[in-house]
Design a binder for this molecule. Structure first.
Ligand code: APR
Length: 182
């Protein structure tokens, strides 16, 4: 199932199966792989991805690094490190926004035309889905305004519920009071 809004599309699925110039990884600052989407991307890309990541050193929260995609259908992986949710008073919103901005800076630098994002920080890092989805879509829309050369941005949601929350955010529905528990 997919919901598209011209160059921005929401789909449910597994990002490791997506063919794009780049898929985005929700990494940790050590860039050594992990669980969640990070684990799935490293498993699908193969050992060479970790070997290249090891040459990059640490990636601070909010920044992004680009590698090859190796065995993935995507040409590149752009690794970004989202904030760990600590209640909202530690600058998490700004750090999450910077993840998207940092990814698009690399998209522009490398002349990439299609990019797919997971829902950064909303898994292990505990960022409330309602809040994160609005930051993600705001930053993606701003980047699409700024970068006419980007043909397609896809947000790949892992579960139907995540897709529904992003759909509501894309439709401009107000964030429910107190969030919906995630
Ligand atoms: N495709 C798309 N989305 C996925 C996939 C997948 N194959 N697997 C998981 N997800 C979704 C999760 O359901 C969640 O909505 O990615 C989103 C981000 O969740 P995490 O992968 O847990 O990432 P994050 O919350 O940013 O935490 C990052 O987790 O795996 C470790 O090394 C990683 O330390 C880092 C931390």
């Amino acid at each position: 199932m997919s919901l598209s809004d011209s160059r921005l599309e929401l789909v449910q699925g597994d990002i490791t199966k997506v063919t794009a110039d780049a898929i985005v990884n929700a990494a940790n600052s050590a860039l050594v792989g992990g669980g969640g989407v990070d684990g799935a991307i490293h498993r699908a890309a193969g050992r060479e991805l970790l070997e290249e990541c090891r040459t990059l050193g640490r990636c601070p929260t909010g920044e992004a690094r680009i590698t090859q995609g190796y065995k993935l259908p995507a040409r590149h992986v752009i690794h970004t490190v989202g904030p760990v949710w600590q209640g909202g008073g530690r600058g998490e919103a700004g750090q999450l926004a910077r993840c998207y901005q940092s990814v698009f800076a690399l998209v522009e630098k490398h002349g990439l035309r299609t990019v797919a994002f997971p829902s950064i920080s909303t898994g292990v890092y505990g960022y409330p889905l309602e809040k994160a989805s609005r930051i993600a879509l705001r930053e993606i829309r701003a980047a699409l305004e700024r970068l006419p050369s980007v043909e397609k941005v896809t947000v790949v949601l892992f579960t139907p519920w995540d897709l529904e929350v992003y759909r509501r955010a894309l439709a401009g529905e107000p964030e429910p009071e107190g969030g919906l528990g995630r």
